[in-house]
Design a protein around this ligand. Sequence first.
Ligand code: AMP
Length: 283
Amino acid sequence: MLVVTTIAGVRARRQELWRQGKTVAFVPTMGALHEGHLSLVRRGRELADEVWASVFVNPTQFGPGEDFERYPRHLDQDVALLTKEGAALVFAPSVKEMYPRPPEVQVTLPRLAPHLCGAHRPGHFSGVALVVAKLFNIVQPEVALFGAKDFQQAVIIRRLVEDLNVPVRIEVVPTVREADGLAMSSRNSYLAESERQQAVALWQALAAAKAAVASGERRGSELEKLMLATLRRYPGVRPQYVAAVDPETLAPVERVAGGVLLAIAAYVGNTRLIDNLLVEVPQ
Ligand code: AMP
């Protein structure tokens, strides 16, 4: 597998692949790879001739006081995992390579970003949209893969690509979970053992709300109350938000019809975790 740190290096390799008539599936990541990321790589292998990943902890999507500095970075281990999964190239640029000077262009999503995580992380999705737009222009993949774990991010990227006519197909891959239901995340490595046990609260809350929908509950506010009540059974968990929203607009739903996205963000100790579940409602 090629490890490329420069934009020029990626472009040169991309030119070669075009000459060979080969397609690329692209998996953008911040590294500290786990099974969730690797499931994207595996799916990518089914969709294109080569899978290319990026490992870049993007400063523009972290707010002041967030974990940019201490975000886990293990490029050697990531390279080994990507090699094992059959990725052909990893792009691991420096911050200087991606942002030689402070970017002037901003990507704002005034209707999608303010919901869910965006309400608590101002500027986060602008940072994500900007870096993904840059990465798409650098890699120029045929298809790019994103995890349903970051549902709002996936909705925003789909919209970015639609509005800017970026010629890339977006594929969203189901969330990979630990045996007890905890969604895999690079940030799970922050959890102490006692916190790890409490972290299952998010999945338990989503599962409780899903069961309520199956039993006929249609009021969004009741689903939110139920998720909150479930989280409150775990003393080590501090909910940030619980929400029952429309999966397309991400706006709260009063009455569920069709599909509903159940979404949670909560602190376990100092670690902020998110999870979500898309529930189809029997008509
Ligand atoms: P990150 O490195 O956290 O920015 O994630 C890179 C990509 O992997 C994003 O598209 C995430 O949604 C996806 N991802 C992260 N965790 C999981 C998971 N547990 N299951 C599936 N995809 C995931």
